[in-house]
Design a protein around this ligand. Structure first.
Ligand code: HEC
Ligand code: HEC
Ligand code: HEC
Length: 116
């Protein structure tokens, strides 16, 4: 009987722990979700939009590495008027995506940023 009670308590604690994890995960997802860019230019509507994963980048960089006046990303999705020409000119994503520290623009890498 004692055994059953101990197991019940343990199960309740486990449940509580899972629920807390779920809450923490949700809170993070709100801040660190993927940004799916909308096409700002005309003519390439069929080409998949670029996707930016906060999660993957946050592991490597602090917020202010990107959210500052020089790099120019605002904390509002859809603010930056990004184009490939700007990226290849080492602006926006191109600050890093030019071979070092991150993969550059080339035909083997289009689909790493542009995916459905
Ligand atoms: C590697 C670059 C990078 C890092 C590091 C980064 N962000 Fe971002 N963040 C972006 C980009 C790019 C966007 C999209 C901006 C746009 O669409 O104009 C963005 C958008 C946002 C948004 C708006 C999301 C929305 O849906 O409107 C918030 C909030 C935000 N970032 C917060 C943070 C916080 C907090 C951190 C640190 C924990 C962080 N970012 C780290 C690049 C970064
Ligand atoms: C480092 C990420 C990244 C890589 C690599 C990349 N792009 Fe982009 N690209 C973007 C972002 C961000 C935008 C702006 C948002 C959008 O329109 O999807 C963009 C925009 C575009 C556009 C819209 C028109 C324009 O000129 O801005 C086209 C077309 C495009 N990319 C094609 C390509 C092709 C083809 C490749 C491979 C040779 C490529 N992209 C590689 C991130 C990338
Ligand atoms: C501060 C530097 C920095 C900026 C700015 C930055 N990245 Fe990255 N990104 C990295 C690094 C470092 C990696 C991991 C190394 C690699 O894969 O070459 C990476 C990896 C990626 C990956 C592959 C992993 C994943 O998340 O799927 C994609 C896609 C990507 N970045 C897209 C973008 C786009 C789109 C932008 C602009 C909106 C951007 N990045 C801006 C540094 C940056």
């Amino acid at each position: 009987m004692k055994m059953m009670k101990a197991m019940k308590t343990m199960l309740l604690w486990l449940l509580a722990a899972f629920m807390l994890c779920g809450l923490a995960w949700n809170a993070q997802a709100e801040v660190l979700g993927d940004v799916r860019f909308e096409r700002k230019t005309k003519g390439d509507e069929d080409f998949p939009p670029a996707i930016f994963s906060h999660w993957n980048h946050r592991v490597k960089f602090k917020c202010y590495v990107c959210h500052n006046k020089t790099v120019g990303f605002e904390m509002k999705a859809g603010s930056a008027q990004i184009t490939m020409a700007l990226i290849e000119n080492k602006q926006y994503c191109g600050v890093c995506h030019q071979g070092q520290p991150a993969f550059g623009v080339g035909f083997e890498s289009c689909s790493r940023c542009h995916r459905k």
